[in-house]
Design a protein around this ligand. Structure first.
Ligand SMILES: Cc1cc2nc3c(=O)[nH]c(=O)nc-3n(C[C@H](O)[C@H](O)[C@H](O)COP(=O)(O)OP(=O)(O)OC[C@H]3O[C@@H](n4cnc5c(N)ncnc54)[C@H](O)[C@@H]3O)c2cc1C
Length: 418
């Protein structure tokens, strides 16, 4: 099984993982067994498809609830909601993303200008630190485009508190190599490990914990010697004030009576999850993986993102029997839509992150004229308003949100059919 960027491959992995999504997930999910890509039995490895919008969170939750009771699948369902929560949290504090980009650029400049920093950064990103476990994960990340959640936590903690490298550089390294790289989950998880998300509460990796949860790896438990035993949480000079959400209204089918183009992008690459109420006259694909970082993006991560968009465009053109076009970074969108004789673009919501940074400057003038119509999924619409501070209000509301969104396991057959 490989990470093919197609909906059929994502649905196949979902079907394969379903039996493990209940109590087994709750009991075993913390183990990083180092299984080959796509062959882990205790976690789903669905994140690349979910991030790319090839599978929706609704697809996954509905399938899981078709196979398990809500109580048995409680832990898995909560993890999927963590992703939705992080998205909603960043939407209400977009300065966290823009400050991350500024901090990353400053940290990269500092590395370029300081040979000591450069040596430490090179050793970390090339897996030559001498901390065995960390070096293994560096190679695993580069070679597979995926890391287990626990490994991500240990990795980030060692990066920040033992290697004492700037957290922005670590978050950037993840974004450049993870197939599931996500502006919200990644930035906020790095901040959580550092003690910036829940202020003063940081995560310190322990060698004993690493050995315990990696004992089943093919080469035996991973060794992590010399980890910082006692380190203070990072701090920053200001809090991020929450901004009100400005969510698009549910789509009005009458707005789609005029010819329109459907725009698929890095975070929404497949039409099947969108419930479009009308047929587009053109499908446009825009993949911008290189916008993740000023540095080079790993080929696994970039290929997954580009492949998801190009396959999504092909699938949508076939499903809607309409022409398709690729919006390259150096071409204007306006020419594409004028050539096709359409005056408006329908686009899945562009959350804060690099895809929005890359695409919005050309979409904003259309939006100002009412010619860009944004679609937002029901789960995001119901959950994001609760993602104001900690996760607890979201966790408490999960059953209600699932009921409100009609996610009860009834659509499993439909969602797995294609
Ligand atoms: C430092 C750090 C960086 C991270 N960067 C990313 C990132 O760039 N993109 C990303 O999608 N996730 C990120 N995560 C969260 C989490 O590690 C991954 O979502 C998860 O490991 C994906 O593997 P899986 O699909 O096998 O997860 P499973 O355990 O099978 O979980 C199912 C789904 O739930 C969601 N999920 C699970 N755990 C989390 C979590 N802790 N936070 C948010 N969503 C979660 C994912 O969509 C995942 O596919 C990061 C975590 C840490 C600690």
């Amino acid at each position: 099984m490989t990470f093919a960027p197609t909906r059929s491959a994502g649905l196949a992995r979902l079907e394969q993982f379903l039996p493990a999504a209940g109590r087994r997930y709750a009991e075993t999910r913390n183990t990083d067994d180092g299984a080959a890509p796509g062959e882990r039995g205790n976690v789903s490895e669905l994140s690349p498809w979910i991030h790319a919008g090839v599978l929706s969170a609704s697809d996954v939750l509905d399938a899981v609830l078709g196979a398990h009771s809500p109580r048995a699948a409680e832990k898995f369902i909560a993890e999927v909601f963590w992703r939705i929560y992080f998205k909603g949290y960043l939407e209400q504090r977009p300065a966290i993303w823009s400050d991350y980009c500024t901090g990353r650029d400053a940290a990269l400049a500092a590395v370029a200008g300081n040979s000591g920093l450069r040596t430490g950064y090179a050793a970390a990103t090339e897996g030559r630190t001498g901390i065995g476990a960390f070096d293994v994960w560096v190679h695993e990340l580069r070679d597979t485009g995926y890391l287990h959640n626990h490994a991500r936590m240990w990795f980030a903690s060692i990066w920040i508190f033992t290697l004492k490298l700037d957290w922005h550089l670590g978050a950037d390294f993840f974004l450049r190599h993870l197939m599931d790289a996500d502006a919200a989950s990644n930035t906020l998880s790095w901040r959580w490990v550092a003690g910036l998300h829940t202020q003063g509460k940081h995560y310190l990796a322990r060698a004993g914990n690493i050995a315990r949860y990696t004992a089943s790896r093919p080469g035996g438990a991973l060794v992590a010697e010399g980890l910082a035993q006692d380190a203070a949480a990072l701090s920053e000079p200001h809090d991020y004030a929450r901004q009100p959400l400005n969510l698009p209204a549910p789509i009005d089918p009458s707005a789609l009576e005029q010819p329109f183009a459907l725009l698929l992008h890095d975070e929404a690459a497949h039409h099947a999850v969108l419930n479009l109420p009308a047929v587009p006259n053109l499908v446009i694909g825009a993949a911008r993986p290189d916008a993740r970082s000023p540095g080079a993006v790993g080929s696994l991560a970039a290929d997954f993102a580009r492949g998801a968009v190009s396959q999504g465009v092909a699938d949508a053109a076939a499903a809607f029997d309409c022409p398709a076009a690729i919006w390259e970074a150096d071409k204007p969108l306006s020419a594409l839509i004028a050539d096709a004789g359409v005056s408006q673009v329908v686009l899945p919501y562009l959350p804060h992150g690099w895809t929005r940074d890359a695409l919005w400057p050309e979409l904003a003038p259309l939006a100002a004229k009412g010619q860009a119509i944004t679609i937002l999924g029901d789960l995001d619409r119901a959950t994001w308003p609760l993602a104001k501070a900690g996760f607890f209000p979201v966790a408490k509301a999960i059953d209600d949100i699932l009921a409100e969104c009609g996610i009860a396991g009834a659509n499993r057959a439909a969602s797995t059919a294609g």
